[in-house]
Each structure stands twice: as structure tokens, then as C-alpha cells.
Design a protein around this ligand. Structure first.
Ligand code: BMA
Length: 330
């Protein structure tokens, strides 16, 4: 039995695994939980992040509009399943006005650290880079400096300082649909200046674990366990019909999280259902958040489906640990 180091979350959204289910991650029966047209002008609502907040949940959602502009919107929920999302995108204050200028914003993550919720996202600044902001109440959002120069995507924070440093995973990229991608960890004393960059892991070349042979990127904020940081990530295969996005997981060293202790050879989830295989971008499952309950080891995963709608899936810390150890890469 592995133990999640964290808070209890007795009201975590949950469904039991059904008898006969072969996979370590199973879907919510009523998926997708957020349809593409929830907002007046939305074309799609997907790759989005949620956290426990007050007596329920709050989140930051990627909503592409019907002009297909990408932006991020705040939302609230009592049960983590039924969501109300603001009709207007988040208006940030703070930072240098140069940094506040919006080009595009997508794929948010939300991470509670110390006393506030940090939001990281892919922020257009003459190319994609990592935007950083914080909020206390999901009403007022203060933007900080971009973490890096372009080009970078998938900025994901660790939920506490490690050895005195905030730690941010990211995936250096290019201006387009990036045919490569490795995960790095960068460190900062103040959430503004990032350095001490460390290589974590990259795609697996060849045929051994082909679902992650083109590129990988960090997904939700990692979950602390007594065995290490449990990271869920996405992996991409190039096919004759384009990219296919699947999910895997890895276990990272608690003190030096760029050191990978274990990693799945087999994916933990892949586009099987219609709403994952068909949409604006077919064959994509893209995880951006989890909720976790330290008492039961339950984990709820929020993921984008086919760049169109939002899905919810379930697993436990023991399921992922066992699966990873049965089918390891190293
Ligand atoms: C990635 C990002 C994600 C998207 C995925 C599949 O590069 O743009 O937002 O879900 O491609 O299209």
C-alpha cells in the first residue's frame, strides 16, 4: 500500500472500478462532464484544471471561442462534476503591461502552494511560453512574469518547495506542433527567476513503448506519496493520421524530482471512447488536473478529450503504482 501525503478529500468525485475492467484508470459513466457549448460563445472546453476550494471546487478552464481564440476562464463547482464557468475570460492584473498583453492562453494547471493558488499556462509572447499567475479567491488574478523565453509549453508546478526552491516542470518546444519534447525541471526562489534546469525524461525511441515515442509532456500537478512524486503525463505517437495522445505515469524522487524511479511502459489511458476519438483534434486524451484523497488513495483525473470536451476518470495510488511496477521502462 502506498500513501498519498496530503489532505483528506471525503467529497472527491468517485465511482468504483467495475468488475472486469482491465485498465488501471476507468472513466466516469456520464462523461463528458463538460460539453463544448457550455458557454454562450464556446467552441470547445477541454484541457482544464480543478482544485478543492472552500466547500467545493474551483478551476481554470481552457475555452476556445467560436472565433477559435484560445483563452482561460474561472469556474466553480459544488461536486467537481457539474461546473459553472464564467462567460468572460480571466482578466489578469499585475506584471509589466508588456507581459499582460494577451496573444493567446491555453492548457492551464492550478497548484495550491502555501497560501494561494498558482496558475500556469501556455502563454503567447512572440511564441508559446509559460505564463504564471496567482489567486486567492478565483476572482482576482495577479499575473507574474513569464517563466521562460519562448518556446515552451506545459508548465506544471510541484505543490511545495523542495529543498528551498519552487519547482516547475516544462517542455521546451517550437512555434508549431512540435515533433519532439522532453520534460525538464527548473527551480526558483521567488516564482520569477527560474534556473538550475534539470533534465527529467524524454520520449522512448523505437518500438518498446511506441505510444510515447514522439514527445511527452507533464500533465497534472504531481501527487506526493511516501514512495515519491506520482506524475501523470501525456505521450505522443506520430501516425499516418497525425498525433495520438495517451497518458502514462512515473514516480519521481522526492528530493530531486528530475530523477525518475519508475515509469510505465504501457499507457494507463488512451482514446477509446467516441468523444476521445472524434472531435476538433481526434484521438487525444490530455490530462491537466487530479484531485486526490489521502485517506482512501482515490484519484480523480480531469482530462481534455479530442480538444473538444472535458472528461473525468478515476484510479487509485495503488492501481498506478502496481501497474507501473508490472510494466516498467527502466
Ligand atoms: C498540444 C497542445 C494541446 C492539445 C494537443 C492535441 O500541442 O496544443 O493543447 O490538446 O496538442 O492537439
Amino acid at each position: 500500500m502506498s500513501k498519498i501525503i496530503g489532505k483528506s478529500l471525503p467529497n472527491i468525485p468517485w465511482q468504483e472500478k467495475k468488475p472486469g475492467e482491465k485498465m488501471p484508470v476507468w472513466r466516469y459513466d456520464e462523461n463528458p462532464i463538460i460539453g463544448r457549448q457550455l458557454l454562450k460563445r464556446s467552441n470547445s472546453i477541454f484541457n482544464s484544471a480543478v482544485v478543492p476550494f472552500e466547500d467545493g471546487y474551483a478551476g481554470v478552464f481552457r475555452c476556445d471561442s467560436r472565433s477559435v481564440s484560445m483563452d482561460i476562464f474561472a469556474g466553480r463547482s459544488k461536486d467537481g462534476i457539474h461546473w459553472e464557468i464564467d462567460e468572460e475570460p480571466i482578466q489578469f492584473e499585475g506584471a509589466d503591461p508588456e507581459i499582460l498583453k494577451r496573444e493567446y492562453r491555453y492548457d492551464p494547471r492550478v497548484c495550491f502552494i502555501e497560501d494561494r493558488y498558482y496558475i500556469t499556462w501556455c502563454n503567447g509572447y512572440h511564441g508559446p511560453t509559460i505564463g504564471v499567475a496567482y489567486t486567492f479567491d478565483f476572482k482576482k488574478f495577479v499575473q507574474l512574469e513569464n517563466a521562460f523565453l519562448p518556446y515552451n509549453r506545459n508548465g506544471v508546478l510541484f505543490p511545495r518547495k523542495i529543498n528551498g526552491y519552487y519547482m516547475l516542470m516544462s517542455r521546451p518546444s517550437d512555434t508549431g506542433h512540435t515533433p519532439f519534447g522532453d520534460i525538464y525541471v527548473s527551480q526558483s526562489k521567488d516564482m520569477e527567476f527560474w534556473g538550475r534546469h534539470r533534465y527529467m525524461m524524454g520520449p522512448v525511441r523505437g518500438d518498446f513503448s511506441a505510444w510515447q515515442s514522439t514527445k511527452i509532456g507533464p500533465g497534472p500537478v504531481p501527487i506526493e506519496t511516501d514512495e515519491g512524486w506520482l506524475l501523470i503525463y501525456h505521450g505522443v505517437l506520430t501516425t499516418c493520421n497525425g498525433y495520438v495522445y495517451r497518458m502514462g505515469c512515473a514516480l519521481l524522487d522526492l528530493d530531486e524530482p528530475w530523477k525518475v524511479k519508475c515509469r510505465t511502459r504501457d499507457y494507463i489511458m488512451a482514446p477509446y471512447e467516441y468523444y476521445e476519438c472524434v472531435g476538433d483534434v481526434p484521438n487525444v486524451v490530455f490530462p491537466c488536473a487530479t484531485l486526490a484523497d489521502a485517506d482512501t488513495g482515490r484519484i480523480a483525473i480531469y482530462y481534455g478529450c479530442a480538444d473538444t470536451v472535458t472528461g473525468l476518470a478515476f484510479t487509485t495510488v495503488d492501481e498506478l503504482m502496481a501497474y507501473m511496477k508490472e510494466n516498467p521502462i527502466a
